[in-house]
Design a protein around this ligand. Structure first.
Ligand SMILES: Nc1nc2c(ncn2[C@@H]2O[C@H](COP(=O)(O)OP(=O)(O)OP(=O)(O)O)[C@@H](O)[C@H]2O)c(=O)[nH]1
Ligand SMILES: [Mg+2]
Length: 498
């Protein structure tokens, strides 16, 4: 590769190509003029279908590849306008972006490091170490099922529509996250920190920001902490400020509450609740909030919303209380304004009894699973997810295990661009709800299941296994691929700046 003049026009191409897999996809497609379907492309490059489709989406958005429907499949090829930039010379294909040239005869081995190094030499992609203006860091917390991921997607969409580059960071105690899958399916650059909360994996949080920076150079990072986590100000934002003060400008901490759950916890309504130690975490989350957001306000009438708002203002006087519906796009402007223009003010960190916090977390059973679905014929994904969610729900109710959040995605084998169907259940006295649907029937795919409920993990595993067996038929077989279940361990923050 040889550098020529610099050009801002080529930056989207450079960002899309600064990844080994995407570079290899483009190399393969350049050499395959008729294009390939996603399955063949994934197989040739030994990528999972999910990763192949994710990379194709990035390349598609950058205008590098085209995608055309062919019956049930989609054919992927080099986009005609991009192909015009590629010239064949002396038997090899060279891509001329104006700012630099790439030689597509470059062998695969070592491409990643070479490509990234070359890109960084020849393009002006800022890295965390060299970013001149601070990136905005927004953290959106709240208890399990409060509506964080939905709200993160709404903020990210708003900022992206305003021309901002956005990077998202998801977090969980386990692996195989529905949230990551869901946010990537919406086209956002997303990194996940699995296996522990931000506060206990502080360095992973900075690493994730750094990876996103290399990939998408975000001007705004939006982080969603684990829903059973609290003390985020002392363990995440203050250390970020102390260690990386010049790199991040930190927005006020937003904490979401599900209105029905909050009405019950604040004594405005009767109904089943979590144990006191779990509620200790719930209240601590609100105590440290700069902004409390009553989410899903479309579920409340005016009087119910006003009553809840008053109760929250009375009990948590430090925070401003707003009401939003991320689903309906209501009440978001006032919140966006705060996130974009205000900086978190410094104060004494709240006191936290880590013994009670640890015991509260340990009362929650955590289960993540992946399930393969194989069918003899095409089927609709929504009824299958609904049946599985209903089976799990009925067993949770029978066992008296209050659900915090059951969420599942189904990604079809032949999905393009990470399309997924999503279903959620956030309270035992609610019904499972489809959050996202596929517009076509599928023949098979993979379900990712995340279940958090107040109950023992062994019991949750039995419930999930029984539910899978109940839904599986000869024509549509569900088989458990991977399952992990546990109680979260005691939180041990990397830093705590009181
Ligand atoms: N009615 C309504 N439902 C919403 C709204 N926002 C989110 N939800 C639903 O609430 C459920 C939980 O939403 P998520 O965004 O996944 O919640 P979360 O806080 O990220 O959940 P965890 O990551 O598991 O803690 C899903 O069924 C969403 O569709 C809203 O504005 N209105
Ligand atoms: Mg979430």
């Amino acid at each position: 590769m040889a550098s020529a003049t610099s050009s801002a026009d080529c930056l989207p191409f450079l960002r899309a190509l600064s990844d080994e897999s995407r570079w290899e996809i483009v190399r393969l497609l350049v050499a395959t003029p008729d294009g390939l379907n996603l399955g063949d492309l994934a197989e040739r490059l030994r990528l999972s279908l999910y990763n192949a489709s994710r990379h194709v989406r990035v390349l598609h958005e950058a205008g590098i590849v085209s995608v055309e429907r062919e019956g049930r499949f989609k054919r992927i090829g080099i986009a005609p306008a991009f192909r015009r930039r590629i010239r064949s010379q002396a038997g090899s294909d060279a891509l001329d972006l104006g700012c630099c040239r790439f030689d597509f005869s470059t062998p695969a081995a070592g491409t990643a490091s070479r490509t990234k190094k070359q890109l960084l030499q020849h393009a002006t992609i800022p890295t965390l170490a060299t970013m001149s203006s601070p990136a905005r860091y927004i953290m959106i917390g709240g208890f399990l099922g409060a509506g964080k991921t939905t709200a993160v997607a709404a903020v990210a969409r708003h900022l992206a529509d305003a021309g901002k580059r956005v990077g998202l960071i998801t977090n969980d105690q386990g692996r195989e996250l529905v949230d990551t899958q869901m946010l990537r399916s919406r086209g956002f650059a997303t990194e996940e920190i699995a296996g522990g909360c931000f506060c206990c994996k502080f360095n992973s949080l900075v690493d994730a920001a750094s990876r996103l920076d290399l990939d998408a150079a975000p001007e705004v990072f939006i982080a969603e902490p684990v829903g059973s986590c609290t003390d985020l100000v002392a363990t995440v934002t203050y250390p970020l400020r102390r260690i990386y003060g010049d790199r991040f400008s930190i927005a006020p901490l937003s904490v979401l509450v599900d209105p029905m759950r909050a009405r019950r916890i604040l004594g405005l309504e009767e109904g089943r609740n979590f144990s006191d130690k779990v509620l200790y975490i719930y209240r601590k989350q609100l105590e440290e909030a700069d902004v409390i957001l009553i989410s899903k306000r479309d579920l409340l009438d005016e009087a119910g919303e006003a009553e809840l708002r008053e109760a929250l203002e009375r009990e948590f006087p430090k925070a401003r209380v707003l009401a939003i519906s991320a689903r309906k796009g209501e009440g978001l402007e006032a919140w966006f304004e705060i996130l974009e223009s205000e900086t978190q003010t410094l104060g004494a960190a709240m006191e936290v009894d880590y013994d009670t916090y640890a015991e509260g977390e340990a009362l929650l059973g955590w289960l993540n699973a992946t399930i393969e679905v194989k069918a003899t014929d095409e089927f609709d994904s929504a009824p299958l997810l609904q049946a599985l969610a209903r089976e799990i729900h009925a067993r949770l109710v029978a066992e008296g295990a209050e659900v915090a959040h059951l969420k599942m995605t189904l990604s079809p084998d032949q999905a393009f661009a990470g399309e997924v169907a999503v279903i959620n259940l956030v309270r035992n006295d609610f019904a499972p709800e489809m959050g996202q649907e596929l517009d076509e029937p599928v023949e098979g795919g993979q379900i990712i299941l995340n279940l958090r409920a107040e109950g023992d993990p062994e019991g949750l595993e039995a419930i999930v296994r029984e539910a899978i067996a109940a839904v599986s038929t000869a024509d549509c077989q569900l088989s458990l691929d991977h399952l992990e279940r546990f109680r979260p361990g005691r939180p041990v923050p990397t830093h705590r700046d009181a």
